[in-house]
Design a protein around this ligand. Structure first.
Ligand SMILES: O=C(O)c1ccc(O)c(O)c1
Ligand SMILES: [Mg+2]
Length: 580
């Protein structure tokens, strides 16, 4: 199907938006009136620009507050419409979106609305144009798609149809079945937007928090299935009002947008090969701290890269590569059933292959390299011959936690969902010492690949410390208390948790007294959900911005200990202030 994007989705001037949409491979655009009004170029020039870029102008919008008004207002509205038809002719746009009225002039009269929309459609039709009527979720009298369709049907004119916008439909929770009763040729336009589940005024929700499909909580696949079953053959068009995207690099946002439509057409993509675990995580280090910490945690420096200054550290199924650099997590590697196919899917989703590396891989939105490993990668790491450490009970990797740049949080969730085929969980939020943090995990069905994405909810203010929130790597242990005790005895740089935490834990969750005492003694944190229990502890921040965590999941605990994250953050912060 043709793919379009509304100019309102992207930041910048109209020329930036059009160039970015074309560069990302869109076939068409919805021109938002404001973007045109502020442009120094005439509608005809914009139309030519679009044609030169290979973009069709699929919609002109929005035309507001038209229907069900007294005769004098109608006359003024028709005059206004004719002026906009002039613009559309110059632009080369044949469909105008009319949103359901929010005007105090309007009356609650479907017959009048239908009659006046028919009049508008007659005027449009005479000029070869069409009217697509959209029910805004906050329309004064028309706020559901089935109501807009009743009015369009009553208006009964070939140049009058409906515009379905997934946000307005899904935000209201309206039953979708009636979509199938609309003839496909009467659906003049389809707008797609996702959104997080929020309990707030629907207008605010729509104007600030929409997301590209696949980034939010709406089931757009089911919605689209209903629409396509009608025979709708127009474009799939994205219309996303989002405060962050309005400030983001439009070229990047347009690629993110394109990925979201491609994912909606999943059956045309190369399938995502199964992922079967974390192969390794690569850390860039500038001093001995990380190697010393791994050693104290029971890891063995087991291999050394054939040609590069990269060390392989191993304990159980956990593998860490240490490379020279600036002190951050530089790569995560997942085991793929078919690394070449993983790479091909990534390319189909506009994530180009990393060059200059020996494994198939792509760059995640935050720049972290993501590698797809088969069986052979360990061959590049001949054994050092170092004696194998008996270890401290670490068995594997639980998750990698990456702090995302503010602008790329939703993009990252969609990247991992689409490119790696991971399932995003619902975001959680918690109050950290220096502001709210939003956290969202992506994982595979077997839960042996888990990545946790974190972001400060607002751009940081001047008071907050100028150091980035650290990233971390979490290992698994089958007996985290024993691991903590052993690491403690071996002098690992573990993070001390204050007594207040354990007093509160006792009050909230009442763990058995012996367990509480052991948790307190070894600074192990605790959480519980419907599925099970979670025990975990942390190291101090090592080098500039990495730390380790060791976790034990008992039963089917699904989370990441978000309730404990503020305690961890405050403890890390205190050490930093103390210079430790
Ligand atoms: O927020 C609005 O007013 C608005 C305008 C046009 C649309 O297509 C829409 O879905 C919302
Ligand atoms: Mg819309």
């Amino acid at each position: 199907m043709r793919r379009s994007i509304a100019t309102v989705c992207l930041s910048g001037t109209l020329e930036d938006k059009l160039a970015a949409a074309a560069a990302a491979g869109f076939d068409g655009v919805e021109i938002f009136e404001n973007d045109l009004v502020v442009s120094p170029h005439s509608p005809a020039e914009i139309g030519r620009r679009c044609a030169d870029l290979g973009l069709s102008v699929d919609l002109y919008q929005p035309f507001r507050d038209f229907e069900a008004v007294p005769p004098d207002v109608l006359a003024a509205n028709l005059r206004r419409a004719e002026r906009k038809f002039d613009v559309m002719e110059q632009l080369g746009a044949d469909t105008m979106l009319v949103c359901s009225s929010v005007s105090p002039d309007a009356v609650d009269d479907d017959d009048l609305a239908a009659e006046q929309l028919r009049l508008l459609a007659e005027r449009a039709g005479a000029r070869g144009l069409r009217i697509a009527y959209e029910a805004l979720a906050w329309g004064r009298f028309v706020d559901t798609y089935d109501h807009s369709w009743r009015i369009v049907r009553r208006g009964d004119h070939p140049a009058l149809g409906v515009c379905l916008d997934s946000f307005h439909v899904l935000s209201r929770g309206t039953d979708l079945a009636a979509i199938r009763t609309i003839p496909g040729e009467k659906i003049f336009f389809l707008q797609l937007a996702d959104a997080p589940r929020l309990h707030m005024d629907v207008l605010q929700w729509s104007r600030h928090h929409r997301l590209f499909p696949g980034q939010g909580a709406f089931d757009l696949t089911t919605f689209l299935g209903h629409v396509l079953s009608t025979g709708y053959a127009g474009p799939l068009s994205l219309e996303v009002f989002n405060d962050v995207f309005r400030q983001s690099d439009p070229w990047r946002a347009a690629v993110d947008a394109m990925r979201s439509v491609l994912l909606l057409e999943e059956d045309r993509l190369p399938p995502a090969p199964a992922l079967t675990g974390h192969a390794f995580t690569e850390l860039e280090v500038s001093g001995p701290e990380l190697a010393e910490a791994l050693s104290a945690m029971g890891f063995t420096h087991a291999g050394q890269h054939r040609t590069k200054p990269v060390q392989l550290w191993r304990q159980g199924g956990a593998r860490v590569l240490l490379n020279e650099g600036s002190g951050q997590i530089s790569a995560l590697a997942v085991e793929s059933a078919d690394p070449a196919a993983s790479q091909a899917r990534a390319a189909a989703l506009h994530s180009p292959a990393l060059t200059d590396v020996s494994l198939p891989g792509v760059a995640a939105p935050d720049g972290t390299a993501v590698f797809f490993c088969g069986n052979g990668w360990l061959e590049d790491f001949p054994a050092t011959g170092a004696p194998e450490d008996a270890g401290a009970g670490i068995t594997g990797t639980d998750h990698v936690s990456l702090t995302q740049p503010f602008d790329n949080f939703d993009e990252a969730a969609l990247f991992y969902r689409s490119v790696l085929g991971l399932q995003p969980e619902l975001p959680t939020e918690f109050a950290a010492p220096f502001g709210l943090v939003r956290s969202r995990a992506v994982s595979n069905a077997a839960r042996d690949v888990r990545i946790s994405l974190n972001v400060a909810l607002l751009r940081r203010g001047g008071w907050a410390p100028g150091v980035p929130e650290p990233q971390h790597l979490a290992f698994t242990s089958e007996d985290v208390l024993a691991s903590a005790r052993q690491m403690h005895e071996r002098g690992a740089p573990l993070l001390r948790i204050p007594d207040n935490y354990y007093d509160d834990l006792d009050a909230r969750l009442a763990p058995p007294p012996e367990l509480l005492a052991a948790l307190r003694k070894y600074s192990v944190l605790y959480d519980r959900d419907e599925g099970g229990e979670f025990l975990h502890f942390y190291t101090r921040v090592l080098g500039s911005r990495v730390f380790f965590e060791v976790v034990q999941r008992i039963g089917n605990y699904a989370g990441y200990g978000a309730a404990n994250a503020p305690v961890r953050m405050a403890a890390h912060r205190r050490l930093r202030l103390a210079g430790g």
